[in-house]
Design a protein around this ligand. Structure first.
Ligand code: FAD
Length: 575
């Protein structure tokens, strides 16, 4: 079996290529988008010539598993290798060429120049070209960024370099720069190895795709695990450590720390060099522009995955979501388009999940920050239900946030954080968003229930019910941000014991069971914003108050949401 390219044959094919009945598709990039496209293309067309060019040593490897390979949770390199050129040849008759860099496209001739690692370069003719070149980790141009011991994590060789460095230098300290999902996963896995981790993030929260109060429990969990999380901190330089051992990481405030290694996880930029040099249209941030068929500005060239910008399914605006799901779906879709099927990409909505330090954080759709920036009218509710009924052992709280269009109830986004059952709820809402569903659909959703799995009113139903009550005018919703510290406006209906333990620094307190007897203490001439632990008792209080002529509204999510919005270090001083 000839797995190696034969430049003579390829050049012969170049001259003869397009007179043959067999169509040749060349795919650049053999991992998420590229490998999906190749396999689907073969399923669609038994007679196509399919060539995959991959500059790295592996095809179809599990880059999402790399953080867990660092710690040994995924034990062996082979566990990350989902396929091989030999498998692609045997099962699909696909010609996968690893170690082959696609270096230039001649659009007029419809050829691509290929550079094998050590052999002579050659040209390949294509009838269709698919670009799935992925993304590059961003390496900010800081002084010392190229020093040994400063890594990024994108490929299996990257993972091996980090593992070897840790072993060779008996690393005990690490700095991880970037508090996104890769930074968190790397920090957790280094921590798992017993390494003392400093996690540095420029913003004032981890996981910037999620609203700050929803990411707060993750920050708390990171710190509780003993990781030194430094928010609002800018790395400014790297220097060799004393006596040539390790590194010194400098910060913008002038401070420095010693470490044994640094992992940069500050985001990715699209790998667009081929596309740019070929004059394909690019978006404002350098992503390859494509239409709904993933066709670039050249009708013979398609592009998928981290390198492209596509439409946001909710706003219709151009956006980029560098995640494996979109890359795989787009690769599959392009294979259908090339096979002549009518397909169109639905757009992305940014559904994502990150598990670290015992918590799961997941989201779908737009966050509140984006909705505000885009001036999309929206409403917000929170809930803190259990993942399953409280009477079955092991119930855990899931904190949920639902964002919806205040005019028609269409669901715009959701976020959740907790220990169990988080991703299931976000997946349900992700599908609801894709189907254009409203909060009334979430209220009515018929979901799995048995005591160990959920509740007869599932957390998805719960957020839907709160929002549907608000939409129908049964439950006016107040915003924590609007309430300010107006002591007179807030009514806390929790028990005395709860209030003694966790006091709101403002507002009045009447336990719900005393409310009917103490109504005379409440103002009739101004709004009352009612709060309890998570919202349920406040809802009952509001029903009571409104029927008795008071202007009561809900502070959604109760004290739990307040405590996420106001982490201890930012709380107003107690009077
Ligand atoms: P890739 O899968 O990166 O494939 C691109 C390939 O193209 C690369 O192998 C590259 O070598 C090759 N290539 C580039 N240029 C050329 C060229 N000129 N010639 C030949 N070959 C070329 N996503 C999730 O949804 N969930 C996760 O949990 C998750 N975890 C991740 C963890 C890590 C550490 C990383 C790095 C990524 C993670 N991702 C995750 C993101 C996900 O891996 C990417 O979104 C996805 O792989 C993108 O697919 P792609 O085909 O666009 O690019």
């Amino acid at each position: 079996m000839d797995l190696h390219p034969n430049p003579a044959r390829d050049n012969a094919q170049l001259s003869l290529g397009r007179t043959k009945a067999r169509k040749t598709t060349v795919i650049v990039g053999g991992v998420a988008g590229g490998a999906s496209c190749a396999a689907r293309l073969r399923r669609n067309d038994e007679h196509a010539d399919i060539i995959v060019l991959e500059r790295g040593p592996y095809v179809s490897f599990a880059n999402c598993g790399l953080p867990y390979y660092l710690s040994g949770v995924i034990e062996k390199e082979e566990d990350l290798l989902l396929s091989s050129p030999a498998f692609f040849r045997r099962r699909f008759d696909i010609d996968v060429r690893t170690g082959h860099d696609a270096v230039a496209i001649d659009r007029a001739a419809r050829t691509i120049r290929v550079q094998p690692g050590d052999g002579p370069g050659y040209e390949l003719a294509y009838d269709a070209l698919v670009l799935s070149p992925g993304a590059q980790p961003i390496r900010p141009p800081l002084p010392g960024i190229d020093l040994p011991g400063i890594f990024s994590l994108r490929t299996v060789p990257d993972g091996n370099r980090i593992k070897q460095w840790i072993a060779r230098h008996k690393a005990r300290r690490a700095v991880v720069v970037g508090g996104g999902f890769i930074g968190l996963e790397v920090a957790e896995n280094l921590h798992h190895l017993g390494i003392q981790v400093v996690l540095v993030e420029l913003g004032d929260q981890v996981m910037s795709t999620i609203d700050r109060e929803m990411a707060q429990p993750m920050s708390d969990a990171i710190r509780a695990a003993g990781v030194d999380l430094r928010l609002g901190t800018r790395v400014s330089s790297f220097e060799p450590g004393a006596r040539g051992r390790g590194l010194k990481v400098g910060f913008a405030d002038g401070s420095r720390i010693d470490t044994d290694l640094v992992v940069m996880a500050v985001g990715v930029r699209p790998e667009n060099s081929l596309a740019q040099a070929a004059g394909l249209a690019l978006g404002p941030l350098g992503h390859i522009s494509v239409d709904a068929r993933m066709q670039t500005s050249d009708p013979y060239i398609y592009a998928v995955g981290d390198a492209v910008e596509v439409l946001c399914a909710i706003t219709g605006q151009r956006t980029a979501v560098p995640l494996a799901g979109p890359a795989n779906r787009q690769g599959r879709l392009v294979a259908d388009v090339i096979a002549g099927k009518r397909r169109g990409f639905r757009g992305v909505q940014g559904t994502a999940v990150c598990g670290a330090f015992g918590l799961t954080l997941a989201s779908t759709g737009l966050n509140e920050r984006s909705l505000r920036e885009l001036r999309i009218p929206h409403e917000v509710v929170y809930a803190h239900p259990r993942n399953h009924v409280g009477y079955y052992p092991g119930a855990r709280t899931i904190s949920m946030k639902l964002l919806y269009d205040a005019t028609d109830g269409r669901v715009l986004g959701a976020q959740a954080v907790g220990q169990d059952g988080v991703e299931r709820r976000i997946d349900v809402i992700a599908m609801a968003i894709q189907m254009g569903a409203s909060v009334f659909d979430l209220e009515e959703a018929e979901l799995c229930y048995a005591p160990q799995y959920g509740a007869a009113k599932d957390p998805v139903n719960m957020v839907g019910m709160i929002a549907a009550n608000a939409m129908r005018g049964d439950l006016p919703i107040a915003h924590w941000s609007d309430v300010g510290h107006d002591a007179a406006s807030i009514l806390d209906v929790r028990t005395r014991e709860e209030v003694e333990k966790d006091r709101l620094p403002y507002g009045m307190h009447i336990p719900i069971d005393e409310l009917r007897a103490r109504l005379h203490e409440l103002p009739v001439d101004r709004p009352i914003h009612v709060v309890c632990g998570v919202g349920m008792r406040a809802y009952n209080a509001i029903c009571l108050l409104r029927q008795r002529g008071y202007r009561a509204s809900l502070l959604p999510g109760g004290f739990s949401t307040w405590s996420h919005l106001n982490p201890p270090e930012q709380r107003p001083a107690q009077g």
